[in-house]
Design a protein around this ligand. Structure first.
Ligand code: PYC
Length: 404
């Protein structure tokens, strides 16, 4: 380095927009960055612009509770998320960046006979596809999570749990930034504070996008915008059954490490893990009504604390440090919508509801393959746009951590 010249830590300010790109990705979250990365790395497609209306990872990528798991209910879901966990496990090496990937083990508590039945069902499907999941009894839970009140203050005692050893947490910003840096180093342009205002088509195929920084010509556009999906699909008159619900979360003050595992209760609508900084990262179910808003509420923390204290009474004096909300785009079958659409050259990666972070690597990889080959990748074929019209849903509600 010449003296006085400092290398930018990740990448420099973006240049002016070019008038043409081969591919435009709308949304600079984890999914958008992962797709850009795999387009460049695995398909040599580098004339790509990622357009982000805010800042990198500022949407749902930076608002989730960072849980990674593959203990889904359907064979389609299990195979898809298993491929994602495998990519996650090597991501730090791939990026040469610490993403704080930490395998913790994941307990999904069952408080009723019917919940226990669903756990058994999930365990059997998981095992069939080689995923490490099993139903465990109260004794094992007591041994692994000794600080939890299994009687739940007498309200709804824990009867057993689905235990998923590969369950993990990772630093969500690092995942987005790792992908962003890798994409940038291979020639992808990343434009923050750039809002798409229209998608132009001619004869049923994409020819460009308009942005608040000027027009761009392109043959392929990928929407990877989570809670803003309806705003984008409306530009093309495309109908989806997606509805947007706020999902709120919070962290406690940092405390000494004591919680090794991830604990989820769909019946009580809580999930919690301890971050590498010592904060308890906690969340609940989605808010009860459709709302396009990222405002967090006192109702949320009050309701969450009520349930958390049933399980962990000793937390009663712990302070909540921060709370926030994201916008979840939820489909009727609780599975994503991925791949090609009826508009030629327009690809959709949406419907990530409350389960999108864990799919970041595999959604990026399979969407990049689909766009490069203009053909649906086999892992995402079940999640195609047309499945609602075909009455071929992928019912994953029983595997959503969050009660709905
Ligand atoms: O799908 O694991 C999950 C999850 C945890 C919190 C929200 N979703």
């Amino acid at each position: 380095l010449q003296s006085g010249h400092h290398e930018p830590r990740f990448f420099p300010e973006s240049k002016p927009l070019k008038s043409h790109y081969d591919v435009v990705i709308i949304g600079g979250g984890g999914h958008g960055m992962a797709c850009a990365y795999y387009l460049a790395k695995e398909h040599g497609i580098t004339n790509v612009a990622v357009l982000e209306q805010g800042y990198i990872g500022g949407g749902n990528t930076g608002r989730n509770t960072t849980i990674v798991r593959s203990n889904y209910l359907t064979p389609e879901g299990v195979k898809f998320y298993d491929a994602s966990v495998k990519l996650f496990e090597d991501l730090a090496d791939d990026f040469d960046l610490n993403i704080f990937y930490s395998t913790r083990g994941h307990f999904t508590l069952a408080h009723t006979d019917s919940a226990l039945r669903t756990m058994r069902w999930r365990a059997e499907v998981n095992k069939h596809y080689g995923i490490d999941s099993e139903v465990v009894d109260r004794q094992i839970i007591a041994q692994e999570v000794p600080y939890m009140d299994l009687d739940c203050a007498g309200h709804s005692p824990v009867m057993g749990a689905l235990y998923h050893a590969p369950g993990a947490v990772a630093r969500h910003d690092a995942v987005a930034w790792g992908y962003a840096r890798g994409a940038y180093q291979r020639g992808v342009e990343i434009h923050q504070k750039t809002r798409v205002t229209a998608i132009r088509t001619q004869g049923g195929r994409v020819v460009g996008v308009d942005t608040d920084r000027g027009p761009i010509q392109c043959q392929k556009v990928i929407s990877m915008v989570a809670g803003s999906t309806p705003r984008i699909t409306e530009m093309l008159g495309l109908r989806t059954p997606i509805e947007i619900f706020p999902l709120q979360a919070c962290v406690s003050e940092p405390v000494k490490p004591f919680m090794d595992t991830i604990v989820v209760s769909g019946s009580l609508h809580v999930y919690v893990s301890q971050s590498s900084r010592g904060e308890l990262v906690m969340g609940a179910s989605v808010d009860p009504s459709v709302l396009h808003s990222t405002r967090s509420s006192f109702d949320f923390v009050e309701g969450l604390a009520d349930k958390m204290l049933d399980l962990f009474p000793f937390m009663s004096r712990m302070k909540v440090m921060r709370q926030w909300a994201g916008m979840s785009d939820i489909t009727p079958d609780f599975a994503p919508i991925m791949g090609k659409t009826p508009v030629e050259g327009f690809y959709l990666d949406a419907g990530w509801g409350t389960w999108g972070f864990k799919a970041t690597p595999i959604s990026g990889k399979t969407m990049a393959w689909t766009v490069a080959n203009d053909q649906m990748h086999e892992l995402i074929q079940p999640f195609r746009y047309s499945r609602f019209a075909d009455f071929d849903l992928v019912g994953e509600k029983g595997a959503a951590s969050v009660g709905h």
